[in-house]
Design a protein around this ligand. Sequence first.
Ligand code: SAM
Length: 376
Amino acid sequence: MAYIDYNPDVFKDKIILLPCDDPEWSNFTKFFAQNFEAFGLKKLISTSYAYESKNVNMPYQVSLFEEQAPHFDPDINKIRGKIFTLDHDSNQNGVIDIEDLEWQYLEGDGDFRSDEVKKLRDEADIIITNPPFSLFREFLAWIVEADKQFTIIGNMNAITYKEVFPLLKSNKMWLGNRFNRRVNGKNMTFGVPDNYPMTGTEVEIGKDGRKYIAVAGTGWFTNIEHGRRHQPLQLMTMADNIKYSKHKEVKGQEYKKYDNYNAIEVPFTDSIPSDYNGVMGVPISFLDKHCLEQFEIVGLLNSSDEQLAGIPPIREYDDFKEIKQDGTYTKSSGRKTRGNPVISGKSSKGNYYINPKTKECVYSTYARVLIKKRGV
Ligand SMILES: C[S@@+](CC[C@H](N)C(=O)[O-])C[C@H]1O[C@@H](n2cnc3c(N)ncnc32)[C@H](O)[C@@H]1O
């Protein structure tokens, strides 16, 4: 784990909470329980959400682990959440590990928003989980309001949420190592319960006989230090990019200026010119390679919220009309481009915008993060 490489004591004497977990089968709890002593943890707490509260159509399945416990109660097992704790050698075999994990029913269903789980949050030093994607914003706000260290899994799209991006911009949160990168040819892989439906190409049986799914576009969002975010990108000058770039969109071309923001369009992270001192629009995936000492994050150009741009627009296209490649109009106006990176001209694919009087055309390009070299 990158956090431990950077700081071997990152988990030492810490209380770790794994909320929204399914400790009966999830690898998270297992991983931290097995490494309890190696990491020097003080306490591990994980909670699970009651089956009846989960909005999934997976058959109910009780694990042996639960069933064998003397306090297992079939009447409440489906409706109550559970709390699993590990902080001492309960079986007195000389080591603290997964065998010492103890569990109880929670009072409620284990919702992270409940008072009892909030209390666990407040007790914890570090919060780690793969929260339900649909509640990602709320979950992040729940952690941030308690001012905790965290590393949580989220979808790449979450970067552009108006609740998320400002944290990335202000350096209160960053991406973990290897965000959305395939490792050994695979996307980020998650263990799932045995009764997980075997549909879709990304479900497979692992070497251990358990089911796994590989999910594209996911990664860690964290405020725990790691080394990668201090490694600068190796970049070429603008002139060298134009001369030698491996991308046909860059080689032999000018870097385009946006028509509506004072920034240049950089279509690939490896084409960021090392000698440009103004604002540059780069792909969202840049954030995975962002080095804090090399660039400052200025804003985000993305249709969802123009407030995120961080710099003022220099033009708007409210009197333009949206037009399709076949020349027919949609019902939308150029107002739709607000907050987007806009380039002058007709797009070669997809819709663009035209001023019916002057025939001027512009088009929006992909969401871009605006960055600027530090210290200029
Ligand atoms: C994406 S899964 C992650 C499970 C596990 N941490 C893992 O990665 O193997 C999210 C879990 O959150 C649970 N969940 C959904 N809504 C919740 C809520 N409001 N409070 C707590 N947990 C919730 C889901 O039932 C599910 O078990």
